[in-house]
Design a protein around this ligand. Structure first.
Ligand code: MLT
Ligand code: MN
Length: 310
């Protein structure tokens, strides 16, 4: 058994985004029917209903913990059901929540060594006292069981794999060419499995392109949570809120010949769920034309508090 709890279904900035007045952000802020606020990108997973692992730690983690009773302290005067954190990249929306997890609580934090090295270089993360928080390497293409700080197995196995993407926005280096110094491992996807019954799902919150290798990996699977950032590549420009394209940001669009809806058509994935959705994306509006297209193609649009059982 695996239980997945969507803590935050939006991309960086959330929806509404604090400084965004475009149509989706405004509709959500005004509480229009068919809209709901979404916090930034993170999920929690358990295989035993007791110990949960966060996959990404969003800047909204404090409110996400408050809103979801599964995340509340249950046992002693100091307790958290959160036993560990796995990071899929170094984006602000995926690492800033680590700062919320200070206060002398045992945790293990798994990340690619590239991400660990930027956390190490940022001394603010020293608030994660190494007496309590153990940073462990997330090895690629290898299935292993996640363990708590004391080394006890958590009943969840993961396999990490590189996906097309780019280095975190705040680490981009223009002097390093078109890819801003991106390297393999800057963006990863995860296969997350229960150790007992080998149920699994894929979690890929950022992906710039569907490669044959990735398609072969996820084909015929039960559940895939996939990068839903933008409806179309030039959406930031067409909504007049920026000029960066999806490709420039390391995200493939939902629509179009090169989009995820098209790419998944041949993959026979039973439940396809968009996650990490940007506040400019019209699929966030339940009555939009784009939302209908997504649903007609068998996709679900994740929301905060959504539970998935696998
Ligand atoms: C992204 O997913 O492209 C990043 O989270 C952007 C950001 O850091 O705001
Ligand atoms: Mn992001």
């Amino acid at each position: 058994m695996l239980k997945v709890l969507i803590l935050g279904s939006a991309a960086g900035g959330g929806s509404p985004q604090w400084n965004c007045n475009s149509s989706v952000s405004r509709a959500v802020r005004e509480g229009k029917s068919g809209t709901s606020p979404r916090t930034q990108s993170s999920i929690a997973v358990t295989s035993n209903d007791e110990e949960w692992i966060l996959f990404n730690a969003s800047p909204d983690l404090g409110s996400q913990i408050l809103k979801n009773h599964q995340m509340h302290p249950k046992k002693d005067l100091r307790h958290s059901p959160i036993s560990g954190v796995v990071l899929t990249n170094g984006d602000v929306d995926h690492v800033a929540g680590l700062l919320t997890l200070r206060e002398r609580q045992n945790l293990s934090v798994y990340a690619h060594n590239r991400v660990h090295s930027v956390l190490k270089d940022n001394s603010i993360f020293n608030v994660l006292n190494p007496d309590y928080v153990e940073r462990r390497e997330l090895r690629m293409n290898e299935k292993f069981e996640l363990k708590d700080k004391e080394g006890k197995g958590l009943g969840l196995e993961i396999e990490a794999f590189e996906v097309p993407g780019k280095i975190a926005l705040w680490l981009e280096d223009e002097s390093k060419g078109d890819d801003f110094g991106s390297e393999d491992g800057d963006t990863i996807g995860l296969k997350i499995c229960s150790k007992n019954d080998n149920e699994f799902f894929y979690y890929i919150p950022a992906c710039a392109k569907m490669t044959k290798k990735l398609a072969d990996k996820i084909r015929d699977s039960e559940v895939v949570l996939f990068d839903g950032t933008l409806w179309q590549n030039d959406e930031m420009a067409s909504s007049k809120v920026g000029e960066k394209t999806g490709q420039r940001m390391g995200h493939m669009n939902n629509s179009g010949d090169d989009g995820s809806i098209e790419a998944f058509k041949k993959l026979n994935v039973k439940r396809k769920i968009f996650i990490h959705i940007n506040t400019t994306n019209p699929i966030l509006l339940e009555d939009s034309r784009e939302r209908k297209i997504v649903e007609q193609n068998g996709w679900e649009v994740s929301y905060d508090g959504m539970e998935i059982k696998i």
